[in-house]
Write a protein that binds this ligand. Structure first.
Ligand code: CA
Length: 233
C-alpha cells in the first residue's frame, strides 16, 4: 500500500537512513526518529499507518513504547514491526506479547523489510475481534466456525473445541507469528486450567490430525507458532 505513512524508530543513523531510503523508494511516506520519546510525539502528529520499532533505544526502550501504544485507545491499532539484534529471541517474545505484529532480526535484507511491511499493512493490526466467527477460506482448507467444520482438501476433519479454535485463530492470519502466551490468552482464555495452558500439546494434536498437511502450522523456534503463508497465497 504505497501512500502509507511509516515511522521508523531507530537510533543508529545509518541503519535508519537506509530503511527510510528504501521505504521511500517503494512509494511510502517514511519518517524517522531516534528515540522512543521522540517517536511518541511524532506518532500523534504524523499518525503513521505502521511503526518500525528498534528495541534497543536510548531512554524508553522499544518494549516500553510498544506497551504504551497498545495500552492507548487511540494508538493501539497502529501495527508495529519490532527490530532486534540477532539471537535476542526473548526480546522478540516480549515484543510480540506486548502487542507487536511482526519482527525483523538484524541484519536483514531490504527485500525482507519490504515484504514484512507489505504483509503487516495488508493484514492490519491484531484485533480482539479475531475471536469472532468468520469463516476462513484458503486453497484446500475451509474452516467454518458456525458449523464447527473443517474441510481439508474436501475431506472433513474432527477437532476438539480447543484445537478448532487454535486452528481457526492461526489460519485467520497466515504468516503472523504468535507467541505461546498470546495463543493462550486469545484462544484458550486466561481462566483455563493449567493443563489446558500447555499450547504445545494442542499444537501437536492439531498437526497430527492435519496429516500430510501438518506443515500448515509452522514452529518459529524460540518464539511461537504461525500458520504457513506459502500455502495460503
Ligand atoms: Ca538501536
Amino acid at each position: 500500500m504505497p501512500n502509507s505513512t511509516i515511522l521508523v524508530v531507530e537510533d543508529e543513523a545509518d541503519i535508519r537512513e537506509v530503511m527510510l531510503y528504501n521505504l521511500q523508494r517503494e512509494g511510502y511516506r517514511a519518517l524517522g526518529c531516534a528515540s522512543g520519546e521522540e517517536a511518541l510525539r511524532e506518532i500523534r502528529t504524523a499518525q503513521p499507518d505502521l511503526l518500525i520499532l528498534d528495541l534497543m533505544l536510548p531512554g524508553s526502550n522499544g518494549i516500553d513504547i510498544c506497551r504504551r501504544l497498545k495500552g492507548d485507545q487511540q494508538l493501539r491499532l497502529i501495527p508495529i514491526i519490532i527490530v532486534t539484534a540477532k539471537g535476542e529471541e526473548s526480546d522478540i517474545v516480549l515484543g510480540l506479547t506486548a502487542g507487536a505484529d511482526d519482527y525483523l532480526t538484524k541484519p536483514f535484507r531490504t527485500k525482507e523489510l519490504l515484504a514484512r511491511v507489505a504483509a503487516v499493512l495488508r493484514r492490519g493490526p491484531l484485533r480482539s475481534e479475531s475471536r469472532t466467527d468468520g469463516p476462513v477460506n484458503l486453497p484446500g482448507l475451509v474452516i467454518d466456525p458456525q458449523r464447527h467444520e473443517v474441510l481439508l482438501d474436501g475431506a472433513p476433519l474432527l477437532f476438539t473445541a480447543t484445537e478448532f479454535k487454535l486452528l481457526h485463530f492461526l489460519a485467520r492470519s497466515p504468516g503472523r507469528v504468535f507467541t505461546r502466551e498470546l495463543l493462550i490468552s486469545h484462544v484458550i482464555g486466561d481462566e483455563a486450567l493449567i493443563l489446558d495452558r500447555n499450547i504445545d500439546v494442542h499444537i501437536r494434536a492439531l498437526r497430527k490430525k492435519l496429516g500430510e498437511r501438518n506443515d500448515l502450522i509452522e514452529t518459529v523456534r524460540g518464539v511461537g507458532y504461525r500458520f504457513s503463508q506459502r500455502r495460503a497465497v
